[in-house]
Structure formats: structure tokens, C-alpha cells
Design a protein around this ligand. Structure first.
Ligand code: ADP
Ligand code: MG
Length: 260
């Protein structure tokens, strides 16, 4: 049975899809069987960011009853399994979010980690992903307005009987007067699992339709997402700088051994 994480926030544009893709790819790269699913049915873009926008069968066709879920699962980077949602308004209108639970029961028995990219807001299609989660990860930015939005998602999560597993504090350091981590933790009553800095590589990698953790693996945002993946997978994370230092240490040891 999979561990189900729902990646949620009160508002759009906080970094949910970026977090879903990069956390998912990092878990897959650690050898964990991982599936990401786009439950943002109205503003789907997870598939688009992974170059799957031409695929004919998506979650929309599954939720309209026209297709089986296993036909909507595609292979992404590092063996990541990807369930995109469709891009048409018609597909969205035909999709019934109530059918999500059935679709998920197939996925959870075929993967170790399921990450659900949740829609913003508090409508039915955003509440169901909160309800099916083992843990909800709140994606917030270090500013007061984002706290207010995150708090609503937190309250809704409690209401549907789910648990907030922690906070992903993204796009940090872009404004200059960020709320600090302890303040964020106090306001949302949850632990900040990782701080993802504002990083131009995120947008650059999106234009290549590649996760930043693969396109620019040493960049600050990539390091943060890999760290989060290691945390969830209960594995040790080695920072890039440390790797380089160890690499140099090894090289100079070799040189000494050879050349004296
Ligand atoms: P959501 O899914 O919550 O709407 P996205 O993941 O699509 O948010 O991110 C919104 C925008 O912010 C995108 O243009 C994305 O490239 C950008 N973005 C996300 N995270 C970062 C980051 N750490 N640094 C810079 N830009 C980011
Ligand atoms: Mg999104």
C-alpha cells in the first residue's frame, strides 16, 4: 500500500505542481516506486510540465467513466509514474471528482508513494484530495497572505479527518522580508520540513519540460527537493557541496598515492 501525500495550498501559484514533480522525481531517483497524480482538474499542468500534453487518455477520461485508470498512467523521468489531467474545458466538465477515490484504490496498491497535486481553493475537487491523504503537505510562501491561505487548508484538512504532515516553505528569499521558519510553524501549527529558495532554474527547467532536480541538479531548489525526498524516504541526504569536497578529497588522496 502506498503512502499518500497530498500537496496542497489555499491559493494557486505557491509551488504545488513544482513540488509534486520534483519531490516525485527525487523519490523515484532514490529507487522508490512513486506515482504523481494531477488532481487540479480545472487548471491541469502537471502533464504539460513533463511533456505529456498530447496523451489521449488522462484523469479526465477516467473520472468521466470512459477509461480505466491504468490507461492513464504514463512513464516519466527516473521511472516516475505520472497521471496527468486533461487540458480541455469539456473534459473538466465531464469529470466527476467523486470517482477519484476508486481510481486511487488501483494506484495505491501499485506504488510505494503517491503524490497528489491538489487544486487551490476549498471546493469539492480540492477537498477530496485532502480527505484521501495519509499526510497533507502544505505548500506556502514566506509571506503573511500565504499564511492565511495555508491556514484555511489546514483547518479544512482537520475537518475532513486528515493530518498535516508538514510545511514546504517555497520561493523563500525572493522578497527580502520573509517570515522566519519559527513564525511560519507557529502560525500554521506544523513543522517546516524544508525551505525551498526562490531559484531561477525552476522556471528555466520548466521551459525544457524537465524537473529542475534533473535539469539543474545542483541548484538550490533541487537540493531542497532532494533533501525533502530523503526525509520522507527516511534516508540520509548528502549536500552537493559535501559531495564535491569528498570528491576532491578522494582525488587528492589518489594523486598522493600515485605521485607520492
Ligand atoms: P501551483 O501549482 O501552486 O500553482 P507552480 O508550481 O505552478 O504553483 O508554481 C507557480 C510559478 O512559480 C511557476 O511559474 C513556477 O515555475 C514558479 N516557481 C515555483 N517554485 C519556484 C522556486 N522555488 N523558485 C522560482 N520559481 C518558482
Ligand atoms: Mg499547479
Amino acid at each position: 500500500m502506498a503512502r499518500v501525500y497530498t500537496i496542497a495550498s489555499g491559493k494557486g501559484g505557491t509551488g504545488k505542481t513544482t513540488t509534486t514533480i520534483n519531490l516525485g522525481t527525487s523519490l523515484a531517483a532514490l529507487g522508490k516506486k512513486t506515482t504523481v497524480l494531477d488532481a487540479d482538474l480545472g487548471m491541469a499542468n502537471l502533464g504539460l510540465l513533463l511533456g505529456l500534453e498530447e496523451e489521449p487518455v488522462t484523469l479526465h477520461e477516467v473520472l468521466s467513466g470512459d477509461q480505466r485508470i491504468k490507461n492513464a498512467i504514463y512513464e516519466g523521468p527516473e521511472g516516475l509514474q505520472v497521471v496527468p489531467a486533461g487540458l480541455t474545458l469539456e473534459g473538466f466538465q465531464k469529470a466527476d471528482p467523486e470517482k477519484l477515490q476508486d481510481a486511487l484504490s488501483y494506484i495505491v496498491s501499485n506504488t510505494e508513494y503517491l503524490l497528489i497535486d491538489a487544486p487551490a481553493g476549498l471546493s469539492k475537487d480540492s477537498v477530496i484530495p485532502l480527505a484521501v491523504a495519509d499526510e497533507v503537505l502544505l505548500v506556502v510562501n514566506p509571506e503573511l497572505s500565504s499564511m492565511a491561505d495555508g491556514l484555511k487548508t489546514r483547518v479544512m484538512t482537520d475537518k475532513v479527518g486528515s493530518t498535516v504532515g508538514g510545511i514546504v516553505l517555497t520561493r523563500a528569499g525572493s522578497g527580502g522580508d520573509d517570515l522566519d521558519v519559527s513564525r511560519v510553524e507557529d502560525l500554521l501549527e506544523a513543522e517546516v520540513l524544508v525551505t525551498v529558495p526562490e531559484d531561477a532554474e525552476v522556471r528555466r527547467s520548466a521551459s525544457y519540460k524537465k524537473p529542475v532536480v534533473l535539469h539543474s541538479p545542483q541548484s538550490p531548489a533541487s537540493q531542497a527537493y532532494k533533501k525533502l525526498a530523503a526525509k520522507l524516504a527516511d534516508e540520509e541526504f548528502v549536500e552537493a557541496e559535501t559531495v564535491e569536497e569528498e570528491g576532491e578529497g578522494f582525488a587528492s588522496k589518489m594523486a598522493k598515492a600515485i605521485f607520492g
